[in-house]
Design a protein around this ligand. Structure first.
Ligand code: MN
Ligand code: MN
Length: 469
């Protein structure tokens, strides 16, 4: 009698209850090998792309190697064609033309390739007490205390009045020097230590140390600064005034590395959101002859609200899509209203060290796969796209059909904070949109952590979306 009851309970449990399972209990050996190979490619992508510009360059190189060509307005297109268009070197869009017409809509994955960092101000270089520094204005939502006393690289461009653009990349080459921001020693830090974490490091103290050696045989002022300017002039042909039209960013000098004795995790700068950008890119590069047209959008400026000409609010995306549509005499709005977009962006992984800010039942767990967010936002879903139940059901069907390990995710406890993605800007275009991405530990920190299994499952998930009929 007792045994029968148990077995009935077991049956009901199996039939009716929903329990999240660790992805490692759901994948086979072949899949784990594919995961490792995929993650090796991802780590290379991270090391090659420390800024959105570098990510665009890397994307174009990989795309051209996979048979994509730059799309020019008016170019004839046929099913199976692979095209891309870069937007001012900071965002890039790729498409693989489907067998069905664009009037049937497209499958989009939209991720972003900008990450939090320290941007140089337009008049950055100064000398104080015979040390040279660069002034910064931080980009994106970063916790300032995390950015002091870590090794930094300098990446970006200096645009000269002549029209010439000089690329700068210092720190990632063999034997390159690095940079850093100082912090106070504990011996003298008593007062600073009593301040709230968010106030202990003021933004205007995030000054990057770049030199200390004065110009020889000179009695004038600012000899260290002058010596740095001489070095920059020799190497890049620039003068101090050229900083005015430069975009230079200090980014963490960490290489993407396996984390853990079991190597199950990846630590790196910029997982948010290059982990979803790479998933969206790798998946479209493998696509051949899809039923519906697949579009990969790698956007800039998500970290500051998707503003600007290279952000997701920009008409550059609509222009690209309209150009594709015009090649088939399809109105853009007719394409949009039948399209689907996966807003591929990271979510917060539940961290047992800070359990109090999460609601575990609805948090993304490391190794439980791609995290789907029906809504993001803050204070009662403000700023969220909030996908419909029907749309979530559609994605469940597609992902389960492709054997993707996935989970539902919400950023943290209600009223604990919140965040946003590009989803709302896609939805405003009348495109059905759902947020999904890799759960991240220490999001926005100089060294973020993700699980290899979750990276790979997000790639599989995006690929399933591209291939969905
Ligand atoms: Mn993001
Ligand atoms: Mn972010």
């Amino acid at each position: 009698m007792k045994e029968q009851e148990n077995s009935r309970g077991e049956q009901l449990r199996k039939a009716l209850s929903y329990t999240k399972k660790n992805g490692y209990d759901r994948v086979d050996r072949a899949e784990l090998e594919a995961m490792d190979a995929y993650c090796t490619g991802y780590k290379q992508f991270l090391d090659a792309g420390k800024t959105e510009r570098e990510c665009v360059d890397r994307t174009i190189a990989l795309a051209e190697a996979a048979g994509f060509r730059a799309y020019q307005r008016g170019m004839a297109l046929k099913p199976g064609d692979k095209v891309y268009r870069a937007n001012r070197g900071k965002a890039v869009m790729l498409a693989v033309l489907g067998r069905r017409g664009l009037d049937q809509g497209v499958n989009i994955a939209a991720a972003h390739i900008d990450s939090p960092r320290l941007d140089l101000k337009q008049n950055p270089l100064y000398e104080a007490d015979e040390l040279a520094f660069l002034k910064t204005h931080y980009y994106g939502g970063l916790r300032k205390y995390q950015w002091v006393t870590i090794p930094l690289e300098l990446h970006g461009v200096v645009a000269l009045k002549s029209g010439q653009v000089v690329r700068v990349s210092v720190g990632n080459g063999e034997g390159d020097p690095l940079f850093t921001v100082d912090d106070l020693l504990p011996h003298l830090g008593a007062e600073q230590s009593r301040k709230p974490l968010g106030e202990a490091i003021p933004a205007e103290s995030l000054n990057i140390l770049v030199g200390s050696r004065p110009l020889a045989d000179d009695e004038g002022s600012d000899r260290v600064k002058l010596s740095i300017l001489e070095l920059l002039n020799r190497k890049y042909g620039i003068v101090e005034e050229d900083f005015i039209s430069a975009e230079l960013s200090a980014v963490p000098a960490f290489r993407a590395s396996d984390v853990g004795f079991d190597r199950s995790l990846i630590g790196a700068y910029g997982h948010d959101d290059r982990v979803c950008a790479y998933a969206s890119l790798a998946a479209i590069l493998q696509l051949n002859d899809p039923e519906r047209t697949a579009v990969c959008m790698l956007a800039d400026k998500e970290e500051i609200g998707s503003e600007g000409v290279t952000g997701m609010k920009s008409a550059a995306f609509d222009t690209f899509m309209e150009d594709l549509c015009q090649s088939q005499n399809v109105p853009l709005r007719a394409c949009y209203e039948r399209s689907f977009c996966l807003s591929a962006d990271v979510t917060a992984a539940y961290d047992p060290n800070f359990a109090e800010v999460y609601e575990k039942r609805n948090s993304a767990l490391v190794n439980c796969g791609m995290g789907l967010c029906k809504y993001t936002g803050a204070r009662g879903k403000s700023g969220a796209s909030d996908a419909s139940a029907e749309l979530v059901a559609y994605v469940r069907r597609v992902l389960d059909g492709a054997g993707v390990v996935w989970q539902m995710a919400e950023l943290g406890k209600a009223d604990q904070g919140g965040g946003g993605t590009v989803a709302v800007f896609m939805a405003e275009r009348n495109i059905d949109t759902l947020d999904a991405g890799v759960p991240v530990l220490s999001m926005h920190a100089p060294f973020e952590t993700v699980s290899k299994l979750d990276c790979y499952m997000t790639f599989k998930g995006v690929k399933a979306i591209y291939e969905a009929k």
